[in-house]
Design a protein around this ligand. Structure first.
Ligand SMILES: Cc1cc2nc3c(=O)[nH]c(=O)nc-3n(C[C@H](O)[C@H](O)[C@H](O)COP(=O)(O)O)c2cc1C
Length: 301
């Protein structure tokens, strides 16, 4: 009943934990049986380990969270040898989320992940391009197109490209990523945001700007998923502020084949289980036999 697929990879249900909010799964094991998940997207990986940003990293705001983690992670090799075996043993789809500061770094990570049994690679193009003034790859459509095209050339796994909501034009961005060879599109990453400390009278974050997530972004993320789902023919995975099953159903009605849940995991560690059960109960109550029956239905309203 809840089965779906992303880029032809079968998922037992449409609920995936979002990158950077679920680590590699360990910390959430005490809260629920992780095999119930449709999938887990790993913490964002880079070719080599990274220590992340200095200063404030997490800041709560009304109905949201601003983070400036800076992609702290143990690197692709460590992931492959020490985290992937555990994740594969959970019996859920394993998505490796990969970032990079340069084309070479992306390609190096892809080559290593090609040789593993990860089910899907999720390419995070929201990372700053260190060789070009630090503007994220995912802002300008043509820059993103070039990255995805190069990555596609070497990538032998199903490739899901994760879009930034800060893109100059989210619909064109999605269309060009599909043309460059993406097998699926996931969106959205965090929104560029900031906070100011009224005592020090300075920005809270060392990098001044950071990424906003959580319920505050949901209506905008939903609008973006709705628009992108109408414009591409590859599978779309929706996320941004999902914190209950009703939110997840909205994203499916907007055209998403699956959803990712991020910030809500910090508030209720077993929220994904509640969302899975809630979607199932909704389907039973409404007499819906498969997700395909309702996917994208909001477009025909
Ligand atoms: C603390 C934190 C760390 C994150 N790290 C990553 C990351 O490493 N890679 C990535 O693609 N997205 C990362 N994200 C973005 C989330 O995966 C997700 O796209 C975003 O938070 C929107 O969903 P949400 O509102 O449900 O959290 C991070 C988000 C948070 C809050």
């Amino acid at each position: 009943m809840l089965e779906t697929s992303i880029a032809a990879v079968p998922l037992k249900n449409p609920v995936i934990t979002a990158s950077g909010t679920f680590g590699f799964g360990h910390e959430f094991q005490p809260y629920f049986n992780l095999s119930r998940l449709g999938g887990i997207s790993s913490k964002g990986l880079t070719l080599n380990e990274r220590y992340g940003n200095e200063g404030e990293r997490i800041y709560e705001t009304k109905s949201g969270l601003i983070n400036s983690i800076g992609l702290q992670n143990p690197g692709v090799d460590f992931f492959i040898h020490h985290e992937l075996p555990f994740m594969k043993g959970l019996g859920t789809a394993v998505i490796a989320n990969l970032g990079g500061g340069s084309m070479e770094e992306y390609l190096g990570g892809i080559e290593k992940l090609n040789a593993t049994d990860v089910d899907i690679i999720e390419l995070n193009i929201s990372c700053p391009n260190v060789k070009h003034g630090g503007m994220a790859f995912g802002i300008q459509t043509e820059t993103a197109y070039q990255v995805v095209k190069e990555v596609r050339r070497v990538c032998r796994k199903p490739l899901m490209v994760k879009l930034s909501p800060n893109a100059e034009n989210i619909v064109q961005m999605a269309v060009r990523c599909e043309e460059a060879g993406a097998d699926a599109i996931s969106l959205v990453n965090t929104f560029k945001a900031m906070a100011i400390d009224i005592k020090t009278k300075k920005p809270v974050f060392k990098n001044v700007f950071a990424g906003l997530s959580g319920p505050a972004i949901k209506p905008i993320a939903l609008r973006m998923v709705y628009e992108v789902a109408a414009a591409v023919s590859v599978d779309v995975v929706g996320m941004g502020g999902i914190s209950c099953w009703q939110d997840a159903v909205e994203f499916i009605l907007a055209g998403a084949k699956a959803v990712q849940v991020g910030t809500a995991n910090f508030i209720r560690p077993n929220i994904c289980l509640e969302i899975i059960d809630g979607i199932e109960a909704y389907m039973i109550n409404e007499g819906i036999r498969s997700l395909e029956q309702i996917r994208g239905v909001a477009h025909t309203a």
